[in-house]
Design a protein around this ligand. Structure first.
Ligand SMILES: [Fe+2]
Length: 275
């Protein structure tokens, strides 16, 4: 594998282990996805198939599942190495917090074997007690990264729960698609609110490896570049994801610059009415 280009982008959330979840179905779909990602400047990928956290409480079943994912990931990694030698292809999981006491001791549960772990709650709804669950993970020496916080129902405009997650030591990963409006106006508004406060630590694709799906990287970047947020983009897509790979906490992200001019006023009015 070639040394990664320091200017390349890093994606820490995707579903590109073939045939193990609702992501890429086979190796060809993985190769097609990687080709699309490289066209967008992404050269370092930590792919994150779904896993139910409750499985971690049953060591035998967990081992079977992790072995299955490992074989499929190795198969895909070999094909990627052959066709895209410039791409670094690592893996972790997107861990569903379907029980409050998930075990993260197996490094394959975590992002590229580091202390970081990508987590989500079932059905994009927030159960009671999300803060202590994250706190427990932090107390065990791991670093939880909450996947797409902007997509949860009930985030509200105050983002109070997101603030409490951050205070507990969790980090936040926003999806490209949310910024582009893929998940509706509420998720989009929440994504922008998080970025305006400097509370998002990472941007990622959450790409599911199907030909009909878009990556939304160009759309998200164009929108932020229009706001003059190039520095913010660098932190969210390069600096901080790179720090995951070296097992370091993210650096503070510059909040989105304040917009000026007619369109900014109009956008502000629209966001106030939807807030
Ligand atoms: Fe995902």
């Amino acid at each position: 594998m070639a040394m990664p280009d320091p200017m390349s982008l890093i994606d820490i959330h995707s579903h590109l282990v073939p045939g193990v979840d609702d992501g890429a179905r086979d190796v060809q779909a993985v190769l097609d996805s990687v080709q699309r990602m490289t066209r967008h400047g992404i050269r370092r990928i930590v792919t994150t198939p779904h896993i139910d956290g409750s499985l971690s409480l049953d060591p035998e079943r967990l081992e079977l599942r992790l072995d299955e994912v490992t074989s499929a990931w190795e198969y895909a990694a070999e094909a990627i190495g052959e066709h895209f030698p410039e791409v670094e292809f690592r893996r972790g999981h997107e861990v569903l917090l379907d029980v409050p006491n998930v075990s993260l001791t197996d490094p394959r549960m975590r992002l590229a074997g580091t202390s970081f772990v990508l987590v989500e709650w079932p059905r994009l709804q927030l159960p009671p007690g999300t803060v202590p669950v994250l706190q427990r993970i932090v107390d065990q020496g791991f670093r939880p990264v909450v996947a797409h916080p902007e997509r949860y129902q009930g985030m509200g405009t105050s983002l109070h729960v997101a603030q409490r997650w951050r205070e507990a030591g969790a980090y936040l990963q926003v999806n490209f698609g949310s910024l582009a409006g893929r998940f509706g106006s509420e998720s989009q508004a929440t994504a922008y609110r998080l970025l305006r406060r400097g509370w998002a630590d990472y941007l990622a694709s959450d790409f599911h490896g199907h030909a009909r799906l878009k990556l939304y990287k160009s759309e998200a970047w164009a929108a932020l570049e229009e706001l003059g947020a190039e520095e913010t983009l660098t932190y969210l897509s390069r600096t901080n994801p790179g720090r995951i790979l070296s097992d370091e906490p993210p650096l503070p992200v510059p909040p989105l610059p304040v917009e000026r001019g007619f369109w900014a006023k109009l956008r502000g009015m629209l966001q106030r009415t939807t807030a």
